[in-house]
Write a protein that binds this ligand. Sequence first.
Ligand code: SAM
Length: 192
Amino acid sequence: MRADLLRQLAEFGQENDQQATRREERLLNITPDTGPFLALLIKAMQARAVLEIGTSNGYSTIWLADAAQTTDGHVTTVEVNKARAAQAHHNFQQAALADTITLKVTPAESLLPTIASASFDFIFLDSDRTQYCVWWPLLHRILRPGGLMVVDNAVSHQHELVDFLALLETEAGIETSLVPLGKGELLIWKQR
Ligand SMILES: C[S@@+](CC[C@H](N)C(=O)[O-])C[C@H]1O[C@@H](n2cnc3c(N)ncnc32)[C@H](O)[C@@H]1O
């Protein structure tokens, strides 16, 4: 049943984005093959505390939360757009995942400084790419040693991530790998 919902949401997102004339109207969901990839990572590392930045209507969140249910985990997801967040809230209920997800309707830059250090095992970053360099010190702080961060659009919008990639290269204790799946998934492992 959840698989049916995910299929419907993937189709809805693709049709919506083809018809949308303005960027704000697009849902910009992850590709359908990215969902199982993120879920596998969460299960393989037995991640329990999961953070997503950029919920949109909750398509990727449902994949993350479906995996988190198998680890007895929980997903916190943050979205600044109220209309998108309302759609996500509805979809979380449809997926029977409302108890596994906390949706924060606020700018990520307001939420991140309030989070305790080393709070998250897994972070999925799919938001405003112009802010990634600014957010990085906060993201690095709240990711636990041994934790994993995944950044979407690392191939589709590689040119927008040049400065972020350069910044990561200067950071000790960080290993990265670019996986050419979906829109390109950049894996960032915090060794220590
Ligand atoms: C690419 S979409 C996320 C798609 C979603 N992860 C999925 O696959 O279904 C990016 C989202 O980030 C949100 N966003 C942009 N800037 C933000 C910010 N500063 N704080 C929180 N959310 C933000 C946008 O409103 C948009 O819904």
